[in-house]
Design a protein around this ligand. Sequence first.
Ligand SMILES: [Zn+2]
Length: 181
Amino acid sequence: MTWKAKNNIIQGLSRNSSRLKRISDAFAFARDGRVLKGTLPISGFERLHDLLTEITGEVAYHLQGFKGERGEFMLRLEVTGTLPLACQRCLNAVSFDLDVDSLLELVPEGAELSQDELEDDTRDFLPLASELDVAEFVEDEILLALPVAPRHEECGLPGAADAGDRINPFAALSGLKGKPN
Ligand SMILES: [Zn+2]
């Protein structure tokens, strides 16, 4: 997905979101070197729900604004917490420790980025008009940090005993094939 498309989705979701925790001017937030931190309930991250075995608990976030070497407006977002991801083999919970540490460069919405900028893997851009929905932003970064196919390192060994006869046939098949992917 392009950064423009992603931003359009974020903008669309933000309009419908009743969640608070907004920074009205993210550029000023960065320029002034401000910090925002707190916790957010996992129940508020609706795009995560299908990936979880239970929807409880919260994550802690720390958002720091600053100006980069070129005078660019930067945000550093750190998110920690533990998510009970559904194992792709047995569907039981795999405890996943979140350790998000993202650095994003704010750019005005609609600004054209040069080809060099777009292809620079060391820079991540976040196009914004001005307002930043913090919960939406945290959710985006959590989604990017999750494993594509979470599963237990030794899935099926202790789980099989617990589950009795209700062993997922696909899980058993995966076990025979070793570790796909
Ligand atoms: Zn498993």
